[in-house]
Design a protein around this ligand. Sequence first.
Ligand code: CAA
Length: 395
Amino acid sequence: MFFELNEEQLAVQAAAREFAQKELKPGVIERDAKGLYPKEEVRKMAELGFMGMMASPEYGGGGMDTLSYVLAMEEISKVDSSCSVIMSVNNSLVCWGLETYGTEEQKAKYLPRLASGEWIGAFCLSEPEAGSDATSQRTTAVDMGDHYLLNGTKNWITNGGTSRLHLVIAQTHPEAGHRGINAFIVETDWNGVAIGAKEDKLGIRASDTHTIMYTDVKVPKENRIGDDGFGFKFAMKTLNGGRIGIAAQALGIAGGAYELALEYSKQREAFGKPISKHQAIAFKLADMATEIEAAKLMVYRSAWLKDQGMDYDTASAMAKLYASEVAMRHTVEAVQIHGGYGYVKEYHVERLMRDAKITQIYEGTSEIQRIVISRAILQGQLYLPIFGGALEQKA
Ligand code: CAA
């Protein structure tokens, strides 16, 4: 078994770490406090190629593997998860979904702008009454011959205020359940697209989360993705990969909190010695390091499976479930290790704790991941990640 990163992966990791520490860290507290969108920071991320890392070079992307993307997500999330979620949605939902399932014309028209970061994309699945229960879409797209007429409301849309392109999931044949759902490419400057106020959130406060309203939006026929009725599968398959990105975000949040807690515990003295030398703190550090390492193996492995062209649906659900629970648990511990200092903004860990919570909610709550995993177990489809077992690709 080989666990070493290659030279390109190490270079991506180092570049992302340097960028996060030098460019993102100085303003992160203010952006979080004021809910300021990181416009300049996103521009720099685009310049460095972080907005279209996995997209093919022929469409202006970085042509990198999923593991490189995970490493960049992890380093950026150690510092600023508002920036990493903007990056994640653009990379693993929008660019990947479009490149994998779009037509040649759709890819040629839209991907270069998205992969370069000139345009930011959003993934519009959730609705006020259809979150976890994603088949209950109420947004409709009525076939009018040469176009679809789109009506409905989407909420909790990351990149909602800044995106120039939406991938919108809508009901076209309500009687057909999930087989009556389609996905559409919608440009946000078309008539009928309206953007609601920015949400005032607990964490990832600088990212722009909005409600979007579509009223009689004319969507050209050629902007439907895939065959008629493919929209639900499109959303699910795209989310399988998106969950690797969010798992990497959770891993980064946990790692960032651990690094800060370790550093603090070596400097802070109590009862005549650094608090790291007290067993109560040392054991917390041991648990943090162990569980973060376990999460890392799961997250990297799900990326690796995807890069090998193997089934990663269950592996990505497991990685997101575990990494997000680790992020929540250990950001709380990082605050505890900091004591009173952990409770104020200056020390960063309280923000990481608030940011951690969303990783248990978006791109499928922890409960949804358990549904995905348990169904795979009970249907006998679980691709068991047991070392030494045969690597099989699910049909
Ligand atoms: N991968 C591929 N196919 C899948 C799938 C998956 N993970 N999950 C379901 N499907 C397929 C099924 O195989 C089935 O296909 P067939 O009819 O051909 O057999 C079809 O989709 C319908 O599946 P189910 O019968 O299982 O549907 P369900 O309604 O019982 O449950 C669910 C589906 C798994 C619960 C799904 O609704 C789900 O994943 N919900 C969570 C939605 C979610 O993650 N939302 C996140 C919002 S996006 C976001 O957060 C982005 C952001 O801004 C950060």
